[in-house]
Design a protein around this ligand. Structure first.
Ligand code: AMP
Ligand code: MG
Length: 209
């Protein structure tokens, strides 16, 4: 069902179901980031290969320390400036994050989305949400609830309707090596805006998709 009722979304997520959520970038296929059962369902639904890690969506910058550790000062500076917003940070993961989320990597991708309905939803949960874009692997990322329904109407029980995604573009991904920032994926936040905040950012050579 397509709904704006956060309580329905909360119940489904607590039961380890996967739901679609709106963000300012694109719609996501969300599940409990701490639950292997939920995570497996995400990969299955999306036909996403297990080697492709997921982004963890959190309710506040303060929550960052629940999922990541050894956080560089410049990462905190970026979070303070751009969150909530389309900036994903790659940080050393805490052990509470299952390997399924990170595809076995030591780093976890984290961001605080800028969408009021999804932030309200996160406030009602005692876990963060792992969420890739709500499209089958290889298809275009959806920016409306109807667009999600076209892809998943037979398999998703709950699509949380937050209207049109404001940006319609994926998040920019920044990682760190020895506390130096590295661009992994260019998205809705420009290099210029990031470099204005923290100075020169180098570019990762290998692809991240
Ligand atoms: P999507 O959720 O479809 O926007 O894809 C998430 C993107 O984040 C993919 O390109 C992943 O490869 C990337 N990603 C997530 N976690 C990591 C990580 N630990 N290291 C590098 N890239 C990551
Ligand atoms: Mg995607």
């Amino acid at each position: 069902m397509i709904t704006t009722d956060v309580d329905i979304a909360v119940k489904a997520l607590i039961a380890d179901e996967i739901i679609a959520i709106p963000t300012e970038t694109v719609y996501g296929l969300a599940g409990n980031a701490f639950s292997e059962t939920a995570l497996k369902k995400i990969f299955e639904l999306k036909k996403r290969p297990f080697y492709n890690p997921l982004i963890v969506h959190i309710k506040s910058a303060a929550y960052l320390t629940e999922v990541a550790c050894d956080i560089p000062e410049i990462a905190l500076k970026l979070a303070k400036k751009f969150w909530p917003g389309p900036l994903t940070l790659l940080l050393k993961k805490r052990s509470i994050i299952p390997d399924l989320v990170t595809a076995g990597k030591e780093t976890v991708a984290v961001r605080m989305p800028d969408h009021s309905l999804t932030l309200t939803l996160l406030e009602h949960l005692d876990f963060p949400l792992a969420a890739p874009s709500a499209n089958p692997f290889g298809s275009i990322s959806p920016t409306t609830a109807e667009h999600v329904a076209n892809y998943f109407k037979n398999t998703l029980d709950v699509i949380l309707d937050g209207g049109n995604c404001e940006k319609g573009l994926e998040s920019t991904i920044i990682g760190f090596e020895e506390n130096k920032p590295i661009l992994f994926r260019l998205g809705a936040i420009s290099m210029e805006d990031i470099e204005n905040e923290i100075g020169k950012v180098s570019i990762k050579n290998e692809g991240t998709e």
